[in-house]
Design a protein around this ligand. Structure first.
Ligand code: HEM
Length: 238
């Protein structure tokens, strides 16, 4: 049985059922306008930063505001992407899954702008200076690794790539996202360590711990629920 109707329409009498709120949220998520709306919403931070740069309202150091602003939004979209599965499993809003690819691609979009802002405004597009800085400052190296690892995920986020790779290989590749989020947190931690300012970082670290902790707990529960014979390493004689 499907968890929600493919048509996106709420069946008659759904309002009377205790599951109605869940079904209503799924119906809203399945509405044809939801994806375009999310697309526009996801562009708001970009528009706001761009407008700030044009109107010169980004404060005393606009270059720093642009680099930091795009970095913040890369991390926020990464957390949002990672939140889809736990939220879907916890709430029963299964239609959230159809928004995950767009959130992931916006993570990459903001990551690319973050790198471009750094390469342009801090380094003047001097490739040698960029490479030197990556080698010299560990937090830049770690951020670069995170963005580099994100590239194959963005490139294979389309249906044709899923088909070409096969579901198992595609899933294995996309597990890189856990490494990416840990590198992103390390990048942010290292950057703030110089100023001994970990307030904001702690909030992101707590969110990531909760999201990854949820997945680990579900995986452990599923492994325990398997009959002993199906567990890896189990044999008839042990
Ligand atoms: C997944 C990839 C990345 C994420 C999630 C990320 C995230 C962040 C975050 C959250 C900040 C702090 C913003 C703030 O203070 O409010 C930041 C700062 C910064 N990041 Fe990244 N970043 C990534 C990749 C990169 C890359 C590839 C570079 C350059 C090669 C880079 C260079 C910088 C610089 C220069 C700063 C500002 C440092 C400062 O103002 O002192 N980041 N990043």
């Amino acid at each position: 049985m499907q968890a929600f109707p493919a048509s996106g329409r709420v069946p008659a009498g759904a309002g009377a059922s205790p599951r109605a709120p869940k079904r209503n949220v799924n119906a809203v998520l399945l509405h044809p306008a939801t994806k375009p709306l999310l697309f526009v919403l996801a562009l708001v931070p970009f528009g706001s930063l761009l407008w700030g740069a044009v109107a010169n309202t980004l404060g005393a150091n606009p270059a720093e505001a642009l680099i930091r602003g795009t970095g913040d939004w890369t991390l926020r979209f990464l957390c949002l992407t990672l939140a889809v599965t736990p939220l879907r499993q916890w709430s029963g809003w299964h239609a959230l899954a159809r928004l995950r690819r767009m959130l992931g691609l916006f993570t990459f979009f903001y990551g690319c702008w973050h790198f471009l802002a750094f390469a342009w405004l801090d380094m003047g597009f001097d490739l040698q200076a960029i490479l030197k800085d990556i080698a010299k400052r560990p937090f830049i190296l770690v951020g670069s690794a995170a963005l580099l690892l994100m590239t194959p995920l963005a490139a294979t986020s389309f249906n044709r790539a899923v088909k070409a790779l096969g579901a198992a290989r595609w899933q294995a590749l996309h597990r890189l996202v856990y490494g990416i989020v840990l590198l992103a947190l390390l990048h942010f931690f290292w950057m703030r360590a110089g100023k001994n300012d970990f307030g904001e970082w702690s909030v992101y670290a707590a969110i990531v711990a909760l999201l990854l902790g949820w997945r680990a707990w579900r995986a452990l529960r599923a492994a325990r629920a398997k009959p002993v014979a199906q567990r890896p390493g189990a044999s008839l004689t042990s």
